[in-house]
Design a protein around this ligand. Structure first.
Ligand SMILES: Nc1ncnc2c1ncn2[C@@H]1O[C@H](COP(=O)(O)OP(=O)(O)OP(=O)(O)O)[C@@H](O)[C@H]1O
Length: 735
């Protein structure tokens, strides 16, 4: 009987969903048509035609991308409202769609009319009688889950002849119990009221979202990006949204959600990719990372950017009529200070020759020379190759990687770090930059240093920026040489050319909205770097302080406050853990309490009956790990993470590769042996370090030697807490 009712409800929803898919197809054909028409406008030949073509093709391409992305879970919600508001059902979906009469078929989940889908509760039903979640695979409806929000209104509706049966057993639980693959899933169907508030918060100032592990901070932040793009299209599509997450692995993990929400104006970048034209994937060891992350490095970089280029000429001599002109260290120092006081170093390039000529002209005292006049003097000097070579060598156009490479010289570093960094800290830096690979293999922690230098140096001006009267053919020549290196030349420069140069100007850095995930891990220098991209932006900042792996939180907080100064901060807090089973989260929370982490403890909503397993005192760590990993992989359908101390990564990778039981599940382990990069394939079983697990989740987690993970760094306890909160179903620790 109950089954029949469900079948009937599913069938009736299927009829509606079929209609929607037919309409989607028609919309797709219309978009293709628009694209075609756009292209033919271009053939009209006049300029207006081209502009029109670009606009039309752009719009059409966007709509096509949206429609393509919308296929999965196109319609997922239905609201039945009180008759006074709307006697007809309202459907909610991933995108908005109208029928041929232009009547709304489905409402975009981000539209104001859809807000009530997420906000209505039994306590505050907002005129909603029944909320229904449609579970679909592709275009097929496989189930419906209802919630009765207003029993009294239901009685009234039934009395008036409307049929609104309540079926299903909780879409949220169904969503929470599914097995995971290695990408994050959209949760539009089951967004909860407190999450919805954070998603739809006004876009002014800063929205700061906090909450313990698994509370949906990341998915909420991503849906917020989609929401903003939908609601203030013009602002965010032209200004762009920058989303910054902790690592490349993490960004790959979340990548799927946004496109599936249909968004196009979003830049997803890991912390190693924030600076345009660079991509770092390697972390420095914790002691080095601590030095490079400290705000004191900003002063070191500022000083470095003002130094005389190593190996550049220190004097210039020339005869002019009866005078012997000599620009010595003192004279050059004065010119340099004067130029430096005018603004960024590279910006002064067009003024360098004039400033040098001023200083030289002052030394022309003889009658013959003075009579000749300044103009002729300038012309004569500017036609001399030795002067041009000198000027260019003395004040060369500089890029950030070049200046960063100067710091590899101990004497240079000592000079610019004096009074700022200890000798030991300088030693750590030198060591991190030493060796041939360091020049091409910059670390994630080097990126904020580069960025600091980019801003201190300024962009090398284009010829068009040059000042009109400046006789700087020499500088123009220099700029030409620079520009011969194209963007891709630089990015893919062979290792012979050491540090590759930035390709984009700092003017192109800003975004209209900046969204930071796992914000608790940003170092002060990373805050400065990200801050430059969002001076006039609105922000969404997401994090959980207890999961922080940065050892000096007060310093980071101060820089964060400076970066956001003047912006209004709106705080949101999420309190339900949707990831971990209650058993696993209780275990992790008890650990946090034991080691004194000041953790924000959410409530986990799902009980599985599977308590975490703790295996200690194993005589043979490999055998114990093997049993745990193989056992876990056998018991869950989804992913398994084997979390190891960084020092054991290759060892454990080799173990996994040698276990025949995992031959199909962990091929990547073989490829990843001895590599510091985590396997990126679609393996079901992967080996990761504690820090790699940030933001990720797995169905099963096996932690190898938790004590070693804890001892690995000053913030090892927070890292281990993160590790313990990654599993949705099974957790085992082995030591
Ligand atoms: N409303 C919801 N319905 C269904 N699943 C949800 C909901 N909210 C969150 N989840 C799921 O909970 C899990 C945790 O979400 P997410 O990774 O965003 O949490 P987080 O707060 O960023 O976690 P952490 O700080 O531990 O990295 C994800 O699998 C997500 O899909």
């Amino acid at each position: 009987m109950a089954d029949q009712l469900v079948d009937r409800e599913v069938a009736s929803e299927q009829a509606f969903v079929d209609r929607v898919y037919q309409q989607l197809e028609r919309a797709g054909v219309a978009a293709q048509q628009l694209a075609k028409e756009g292209h033919s406008r271009g053939r009209l030949g006049h300029e207006g035609g081209l502009v029109e073509r670009d606009a039309m093709v752009f719009q059409a391409a966007k709509r096509i991308a949206q429609l393509d992305a919308a296929h999965e879970g196109l319609v997922f919600g239905r609201l039945d409202m009180t008759a006074a508001v709307d006697p007809l059902p309202r459907y909610v979906g991933r995108i908005g769609l109208r029928d041929d009469n232009h009547d709304s078929l489905i409402i975009d989940w981000r539209a104001p009319a859809a807000a009530v889908f997420y906000q209505a509760t039994a306590a505050e039903p907002h005129e909603v009688i029944r909320r229904r979640v449609l579970r679909c695979t592709g275009p097929r409806v496989v189930g419906v889950e209802d919630e009765l929000l207003d029993a009294e209104a239901l009685t009234d509706a039934e009395a008036a002849g409307r049929e609104l049966p309540i079926v299903g057993e909780g879409a949220l639980m169904a969503q929470l119990s599914r097995a995971r693959d290695r990408s994050m899933h959209s949760i539009v169907a089951t967004i909860q009221a407190e999450q919805d508030k954070a998603i739809r918060a006004p876009s002014k100032g800063v929205v700061s979202i906090s909450g313990g592990p698994g509370t949906g901070k990341t998915v909420v932040a991503l849906h917020r990006a989609a929401y903003l793009l939908y609601n203030e299209r013009r602002r965010y599509e032209s200004g762009g949204v920058l989303i910054v997450g902790p690592s490349g692995v993490f960004m790959r993990y979340i990548e799927r959600v946004l496109p599936s929400l249909g968004e196009t104006a979003v830049a997803l970048r890991s912390l190693g990719e924030v600076v345009d034209g660079f991509r770092a994937t390697r972390h420095d060891e914790p002691a080095v990372a601590d030095v490079k992350g400290s705000e004191r490095m900003a002063e070191v970089m500022r000083r470095a950017a003002r130094q005389q280029a190593p190996g550049s000429p220190t004097e210039y001599r020339v005869f002019f009529r009866d005078d012997r002109i000599h620009l010595d260290r003192g004279a050059l120092g004065r010119v340099r200070r004067h130029l430096m006081s005018q603004g960024r170093r590279n910006k002064q390039l067009p003024r360098v020759s004039a400033a040098l000529l001023d200083a030289m002209w002052r030394q022309v005292r003889g009658e013959r020379g003075r009579e000749h006049g300044r103009e002729k003097f300038d012309d004569e000097m500017l036609s001399r190759n030795d002067f041009l070579d000198f000027a260019l060598g003395w004040w060369p156009p500089l890029d950030a990687p070049t200046v960063l490479s100067w710091l590899r010289d101990p004497e240079f570093l000592a000079r610019v770090a004096e009074g700022v960094l200890s000798t030991e800290e300088q030693r750590l830096l030198l060591k991190s930059w030493s060796g041939t690979t360091a020049t091409v293999n910059l670390s994630i922690e080097d990126m904020p240093l580069l960025d600091e230098l980019r801003y201190a140096l300024g962009d090398v001006p284009h010829k068009a920026d040059d000042e009109r009267d400046d006789p700087v053919s020499l500088i123009e020549g220099a700029v030409d040489i620079q520009e011969l290196m194209t963007a891709s030349d630089r990015e893919y420069a062979p290792s012979g050319r050491a540090w590759s140069a930035p390709t984009h100007s700092i003017e192109d850095d800003p975004f209209a909205h900046v969204l930071i995930d796992e914000a608790q891990d940003l170092t002060p220098m990373q805050w400065r770097m990200v801050g430059r991209r969002g001076r006039t932006a609105s922000w969404t900042i997401v994090g959980d302080p207890a999961q922080s792996s940065w050892p000096a939180p007060e310093e980071a907080a101060a820089v964060r406050a400076a970066v956001l100064e003047g912006k209004q901060i709106h705080e949101f807090h999420l309190s339900t853990n949707y990831r971990n089973s209650a058993e696993i989260y209780d275990f992790a929370a008890a650990y946090a309490g034991r080691v004194g982490l000041n953790a924000d403890l959410p409530e986990a909503v799902r009980r599985t009956g599977a308590e975490p397993t703790v295996i200690t005192g194993s005589a043979d760590l490999e055998a114990a790990t093997r049993e745990a990993v193989v056992g876990t992989a056998g018991r869950v359908n989804g992913t398994v993470g084997v979390v190891v101390p960084a020092a054991r990564r290759s060892e454990v990778n080799a173990w996994l590769a040698s276990w025949p039981e995992l031959a199909d599940d962990a091929r990547g382990a073989r490829a990843a042996i001895d590599s510091s990069v985590p396997p990126s394939g679609d393996d079901r079983v992967v080996v990761l370090t504690g820090l790699d697990t940030k933001g990720l989740e797995f169905d099963g987690i096996v932690v190898v030697s938790p004590d070693e993970i804890e001892a690995e760094s000053a913030t090892g306890r927070a890292t281990l807490y993160v590790v313990l909160t990654r599993a949705t179903q099974l957790l085992t620790t082995v030591s």
